[in-house]
Design a protein around this ligand. Structure first.
Ligand SMILES: Nc1nc2c(ncn2[C@@H]2O[C@H](COP(=O)(O)OP(=O)(O)OP(=O)(O)O)[C@@H](O)[C@H]2O)c(=O)[nH]1
Ligand SMILES: [Mg+2]
Length: 174
């Protein structure tokens, strides 16, 4: 099962991928791909995650999108701009190249909502998730591990459900 993580620079894509496999934030360079086994309803799936290898080059990113089963589309919860990029940039791009592949919307850096003023509200993000046709919307923190497993399980379920999946309400604290 191939999962590609997309989102603006610094939203936490690599940290999420590494948190999924190790529950630690990166301290050094790691390759762009890693896999874990996920058991859902007594079936084991190999879940392979990629984050962007090619910086801002769209023509190279589209190659990475080939054969993707599910996208994780990220915004950072302390960045309104990264949420705007979801609708302006990332959704148009993945739908251009992989129009039938399901995706989930993921709010990153949930831990910051306790310390920082938030300009991204939960209502806004739920509304946007529905508008863009996300399978689901989850908010998580790679720093403390909150909802990281849920991101994986939701992505696997989206991949299994394919493009027929209906929006499912996100599982967030508030
Ligand atoms: N507080 C907090 N910081 C985080 C979290 N996840 C990532 N960060 C920090 O955000 C910064 C960017 O994280 P990356 O994982 O490198 O983000 P990225 O999306 O891979 O960035 P690019 O590869 O440059 O596109 C780093 O300083 C991380 O330590 C999180 O859940 N909470
Ligand atoms: Mg990265």
């Amino acid at each position: 099962m191939k999962c590609v993580i997309v989102g603006d620079r610094g939203t936490g894509k690599t940290s999420l991928r590494l948190s999924i496999i190790s529950n630690n934030l990166p301290h050094e360079y790691f390759p762009c791909e890693c896999s874990i086994d996920v058991n859902i309803q007594n079936t084991e799936y190999q879940f392979t995650m990629f984050d962007q290898m090619f910086g801002s080059f769209e023509y190279m990113r589209q190659l990475q999108y080939i054969n993707t089963d599910v996208f994780i589309v990220c915004y950072a919860m302390d960045s309104q701009r990264s949420l705007q990029s979801v609708t302006k940039r990332w959704i148009p791009e993945i739908q251009l190249y992989q129009p039938n592949v399901p995706f989930i919307l993921v709010g990153m850096k949930y831990d910051l909502i306790e310390t920082n003023w938030q300009d991204v509200t939960f209502g806004d993000t739920e509304r946007i998730a529905k508008q863009i046709g996300a399978f689901s919307h989850v908010q998580c923190s790679s720093l403390n591990g909150f909802n990281v497993k849920l991101v994986v399980h939701t992505a696997v379920r989206a991949a299994l459900g394919g493009n027929k999946a209906k929006y499912q309400r996100g599982s967030c604290k508030k």
